[in-house]
Design a protein around this ligand. Structure first.
Ligand code: GLY
Length: 393
């Protein structure tokens, strides 16, 4: 009877979504083995796995690099699934290795660097040592917000401009919302809303694609709209679209203001309906790259987008099913040999084929740590949706 019921449920899931479920257990088991190998080659917690050098060797980076939090964050996602004590121990170690970055006021990337490891670690273990570190980090991040300009400054300088803001900056807001709730300090909340509103006003084109860099004047007016990592100032850099989508999904989750949900849906629709999105739904590194189809794919953009869509679809609306099915297609593609490495290959990263900074010829078609992080997050979200459990408490 039990078996019969299970078969019925599986058939029902296939009919309603029209897709074959991804084997989440298998994917997490392989990823955990891959990262066990990564841990073996990384005894030194000042060298964070990042990507692959042009000569094929692993590229490690220090704790003040913007990606340093993704390794610890990925270890937490693996621990969450496997409950393996060794993964918990490793996650704790690689998380605490970032504690000193709580005082870093020279970067806007503290959301990635601190919230991915400490935030997930706290969610899973309630380790009392983590919130004070996160709250100090949130204060450091908030020093980069000038109320006269109305946005968090990304870099201290870009070309001739001294107040550049990149679309990626939307990814810091989840961290600040956590800080607002935990500390009771509404300033973090207000700051996030102001940043998101100004980004919505200044970063997006009429088709809801986004510029990468908006450079501000001291009075909050726009001095220039540019790109750093995209093909051209007017192009749609794939990961930038993914960061923006994810950011506005979080804005809706945290505020329940419908304008953010509309924005997220518009961004998703731009992405999913773009004629240059390949059939496997993993984008080229820039939607307007000049030599499509002979351009590199960016698996990281695919993973971030899949994760964002798997939350967006839970907010209903006429496109919810499309968002879900598109995300599943992205996850299926990423889980296929086209993108997923075999055990012991790929410098022990899970996914192949991301693009970091093509104009600088840096990390072009390599594994990159944040692709792995958002892939694991998306697998959790996919599984939670399939089993109807809440992904985040
Ligand atoms: N935040 C920088 C990047 O996405 O490459």
């Amino acid at each position: 009877m039990k078996i019969y019921l299970s078969i019925c449920l599986i058939l029902l899931a296939r009919i309603s979504f029209g897709q074959t479920p991804i084997d989440v257990n298998k994917e997490f088991a392989l990823a955990a083995k891959q990262y066990a190998l990564m841990l073996k080659t990384h005894p030194d917690t000042t060298k964070f796995p990042q990507s692959t050098n042009p000569d094929g060797t692993i590229r490690n980076m220090p704790s003040d690099w913007w990606c340093s939090g993704f390794f610890g964050g990925s270890l937490w996602y693996l621990y969450e699934r496997t409950k393996a004590p060794a993964l918990k121990e490793a996650a704790q170690k690689w998380t605490m290795a970032l504690a000193k970055e709580q005082y870093n006021t020279g970067t806007h990337d503290l959301g990635f660097m601190l919230y991915c490891p400490f935030g997930n670690g706290y969610r899973l273990t309630k380790n009392a040592a983590y919130p004070p570190i996160l709250l100090t980090g949130a204060k450091s991040l908030a020093t980069r917000f000038d109320p006269k300009v109305g946005v968090i400054k990304s870099w201290n300088k870009f070309q001739d401009y001294t107040y550049p803001v990149i679309i990626d900056n939307m990814m810091n807001l989840e961290f600040l919302f956590w800080a607002a709730k935990t500390s009771g300090n509404k300033a973090f909340y207000n700051l996030s809303v102001t940043h998101a509103d100004n980004t919505m006003k200044n970063h997006f084109r009429p088709d809801y694609s986004s510029y990468h860099v908006v450079c501000y004047n001291p009075d909050g007016t726009v001095a220039a709209r540019k790109t750093a990592q995209g093909y051209a100032d007017n192009s749609a850099w794939a990961r930038g679209q993914a960061w923006g989508l994810y950011g506005y999904v979080v804005m809706y989750r945290e505020t329940k203001d419908k304008k953010y949900l509309d924005q997220a849906r518009h961004i998703a629709d731009f992405y999913l309906n773009h004629p240059n999105l390949p059939a496997d739904k993993i984008p080229y590194w820039d939607f307007n790259a000049p030599n499509i189809p002979n351009e590199e794919r960016d698996a990281s953009a695919g993973a971030i987008t899949a994760s964002a869509l798997l939350e967006l679809c839970t907010y209903g609306g006429p496109s919810a099913k499309t968002y879900y099915q598109s995300a599943v297609k992205m996850l299926e593609s990423l889980s296929s040999p086209d993108y997923k490495a075999n055990l012991g290959e790929n410098n022990n990263f899970i996914l192949k084929h991301s693009v970091g900074h093509k104009p600088q010829k840096s990390e072009v078609d390599t594994p990159i740590i944040y692709a792995d992080y958002y892939y694991l997050e998306a697998l959790h979200r996919y599984d939670a949706l399939r089993t109807k459990t809440a992904f985040r408490s």
